[in-house]
Design a protein around this ligand. Structure first.
Ligand code: FAD
Ligand code: FES
Length: 253
């Protein structure tokens, strides 16, 4: 059943992404997500980019439902269910390197802030970078990579991660981003023998472990994940090879 909450703020992050804030007293941990809908949109999964009493989602406009979320104004009402999923495992004695790709930055930002971790934000161009101001509020160790070199390191987030791992000994890498980034990040962590936790994305319908739409190698991304350890990922035959469409059918890459 949905809770109905009022939007307390909207903030444009860049040309296609905005953050929507709302007060909701449910307990949530970094890495969890909600199912969200407006009066006239489908219900879709969104990571919580803020997990305090005031919570937030950071939405990239890519289709009909995310476009409706982009129309929201302060005072509007949204329906939400959750929070769902397991979230990141955060050990206060461990030094984390957090690696974010694109709108995946929304998922990892609360974990990065709470642990005060070093952070890499990867994007296609300087116009696609999000949440950099927020990261700069808690750390000086935030580095940007852009594919076209328009800001920060010229290259992708995994190449920059390799440089940082060669300089500093991190206990674990936490990451969320596009499937191709996660695939190469996972391979690099295996090669360099560094622990990792990856937040995976799949089409979701129920969000609560019932419909089977989000299954990867027998694990439900919405309930057993979305965060999986490197060890779990190493046993997934589907990881980086196939994905499922909105009906749960396998699409080979
Ligand atoms: C656990 C989880 C957390 C997420 N967190 C965020 C977030 O913090 N911010 C954010 O902007 N988005 C997030 N997403 C993705 C978001 O749910 C989709 O962008 C949204 O459902 C698209 O709906 P739409 O109607 O706007 O576009 P659609 O018309 O449904 O999709 C537009 C295009 O994107 C593809 N697409 C849509 N959803 C997915 C998906 N889950 N995986 C792969 N391809 C997809 C479609 O195939 C289509 O080509 C998350 C997804 C999951 C599963
Ligand atoms: S979305 Fe239904 S089981 Fe995961």
């Amino acid at each position: 059943m949905s809770d109905y909450v009022r939007v307390t703020g909207v903030k444009r992050e860049n040309y296609d992404t905005m953050t929507v804030s709302f007060r909701w007293n449910a307990k949530a941990v970094p890495g969890q997500f909600i199912m969200v809908r407006t009066r006239d949109s489908e219900e879709i999964p969104m990571s919580l980019s803020g997990v305090g009493e005031t919570k937030s989602i950071t939405v990239k406009n890519i289709g009909p439902s995310t476009a409706k979320l982009h129309e929201l104004k302060e005072g509007d009402v949204i329906g939400i269910r959750g929070p769902y999923g397991n979230g990141y495992t955060l050990d206060p004695d461990k030094k984390y390197l957090v690696v974010a790709g694109g709108v995946g930055t929304a998922s990892v930002m609360p974990a990065a802030e709470i642990t005060g971790s070093d952070l890499i934000i990867g994007a296609r161009t300087d116009k696609d970078v999000i949440l950099l101001d927020r990261a700069k509020e808690y750390t000086d160790n935030v580095w940007v990579s852009t594919d076209d070199g328009s800001m920060g390191f010229h290259g992708n987030a995994v190449q920059l991660m390799r440089e940082k791992l060669a300089q500093v000994r991190y206990g674990c890498v936490i990451a969320c981003g596009p499937p191709i980034m996660l695939k190469f990040l996972f391979l690099a962590c295996q090669e360099l023998n560094v622990e990792c936790q990856l937040s995976l994305e799949r089409h979701m319908k129920c969000g609560a472990g019932v419909c089977g739409c989000c299954v990867i190698d027998g694990l439900r991304v919405c309930k057993d994940g979305p965060v999986f350890t490197g060890e779990q990922v190493s046993k997934m035959e589907e990881f980086g090879k196939v994905r499922r469409d909105e009906c749960g059918r396998i699409i080979r890459k």
